[in-house]
Design a protein around this ligand. Structure first.
Ligand code: MG
Length: 479
């Protein structure tokens, strides 16, 4: 019978999410791509911005406003652009931007463009194409930085302004000008100034960062810091979070490191900054506690410290400039900070999401079975179900973000961002503070996800210990 409608008879959503899984859908949890045993980690390394110092969203608005001002005053763009206010939840990290067409889009792990995730009113170009070919590579930029969210918003706004007002413009110039305007906010020191003036407002979870560092040091771990930011800025922020003696936590501190080149070039030598912040000229023969070093490179770092291989765990928020080279070339373990998990795990834990996704899966299964029936009535029902499936997918996407959906999935597939996250990080978490929830001898085990030809026979949620299901009881009888 085609009268089948599952909605009225599905159990309440709380029963749909296995209780064991509930426990892991949590922004305080650390998730594993690879098995990591913390007992084996002796040395913890950190990036600074968005890793040790987590910034509030207010900073994005400030970066956007200042770059918009540069665009009008320095690059002489039309004054009317100033009427476009910052839209906080417009862009998401990991989007691609077509420089020549002026379009933001979300690409999945197989280079397909997710339908309905192309910004601006010219959606149809990509609806017909729908696939990002490799030949488009150089024309397309991926935004992986959390700092790039205001940049994407300004790009969308400026493109929208020119298109809706029917003004002819060159999207390539627009892209260059906006990149430069955003760059000026950083280079002219605006961002550093704002953060240093309002540490309490703009840096979040500072006490938790302090607690993490304290705990690691008290358990005999070695700590180091490699950041691209200047010392005066890091010093202000760290003093705010961990007190005047923050440098006691770290065995090595490296500022203005010029990552990712720090990890790939072996040319730039380390230099020492003296107490006045002046560069010293002498050759660096060791990296000493209490000193501040500038620039340098990973090869010298490895040679001088001897910190190699899997006893080192490095934390960073940028998948490419913090983690990729370490993972691919140097064998350190890597941990990604993904602040977006805070919001995304909240969505995944709602009843509405659980219901919609369960029904989507059931409906997809029904479509798969129904397609072999070629009579008119079956074909009609097939079309209706297909439409319902499209609506459900759009609705689920909107639960995360109305324009671009989740940063981890495009429909069924992982995103390009997700694939990179799996490749370049052993573990990932919403913030450094998640580490406080685990013992330092804890082993993170990745969940086994079935491949397409495998049956999901295992239920590893059972291991999390909070389930009381008939199945579990049965298992205990067997034991
Ligand atoms: Mg960073």
């Amino acid at each position: 019978s085609y009268e089948l409608r599952l909605f009225p008879c599905v159990p309440p959503a709380s029963e749909l999410i296995p209780p064991g899984a509930c426990k892991t859908l949590n922004s305080a949890a650390i998730y594993a791509n690879n098995e990591v045993d913390l007992a084996e980690v002796d040395i913890y390394g950190f990036d600074y911005d968005y890793t040790l110092a987590l910034y509030s969203n207010a900073l994005n608005t400030m970066i956007y406003n200042q770059a918009r001002t540069f665009l009008i005053e320095h690059f002489k763009y039309p004054e009317e652009i100033s009427k476009y206010e910052y839209v906080p939840n417009f862009a998401v990290r990991g989007l691609h931007y077509d420089i020549q067409k002026g379009l933001l889009m979300k690409i999945d792990a197989f280079h397909y463009i997710q339908r309905g995730t192309v910004s601006c009113s010219v959606n149809k170009i990509y609806f017909t194409m729908g696939f990002l070919s490799r030949t488009q590579g150089p024309r397309v930029k991926q935004f992986m930085d959390i700092f790039s969210i205001p940049e994407m918003t300004l790009l969308a706004v400026a493109n929208d302004f020119f298109i809706t007002n029917d003004i002819e413009y060159d999207p390539v110039h627009l892209f260059k000008d906006i990149s430069e305007a955003i760059g000026m906010v950083h280079l002219k020191g605006f961002m550093y100034k704002w953060v240093m003036q309002d540490l309490g407002e703009l840096i979040q979870r500072g006490e938790e960062t302090d607690a993490v560092l304290h705990r690691l040091v008290s358990q005999g771990k070695k700590l180091f810091l490699i950041t691209n930011s200047p010392f005066s800025f890091v010093d202000k922020g760290m003093t705010h979070m961990a007190g005047k003696k923050w440098r006691d936590f770290f065995d090595v501190v490296i500022v203005q490191a010029d990552k990712p080149h720090f990890f790939t070039d072996c040319v730039k030598p380390f230099r020492r900054l003296d107490d006045n912040g002046d560069l010293r000229w002498e050759k660096i023969k060791s990296l000493d506690k209490g000193q501040i070093y500038k620039q340098g490179n990973l090869y010298d770092f490895l040679r001088l410290t001897g910190w190699r291989g899997s006893k080192v765990l490095y934390f960073g928020d940028h998948l490419y400039s913090d983690l990729a080279d370490l993972m691919l070339r140097h064998g350190w373990r890597t941990a990604a900070i993904v602040p977006e998990l805070e919001h995304e795990t909240k969505v995944v834990s709602t009843n509405r999401y659980a219901l919609s996704l369960t029904w989507l899966q059931a409906l997809t299964g029904l479509l798969e079975q129904l397609q072999v029936h070629k009579d008119q009535e079956s074909k009609q029902v097939f079309r209706e179900w297909q439409q319902e499936r499209d609506e459900l997918r759009a609705m689920i996407k909107n639960l995360y973000n109305p324009q671009f959906g989740s940063i981890f999935r495009t429909g069924h597939n992982p995103t390009y961002f997700s694939r990179r996250l799996c490749r370049f990080s052993d573990i990932y978490m919403a913030s450094l503070s998640c580490l406080l929830n685990y013992d330092l001898s804890y082993t993170f085990y990745p969940r086994r996800t079935p491949l397409q030809h495998e049956a999901p026979l295992w239920m590893d949620q059972l291991c999390t210990g909070c389930m009381k299901t008939p199945f579990l009881e049965e298992m205990s009888h067997i034991r």
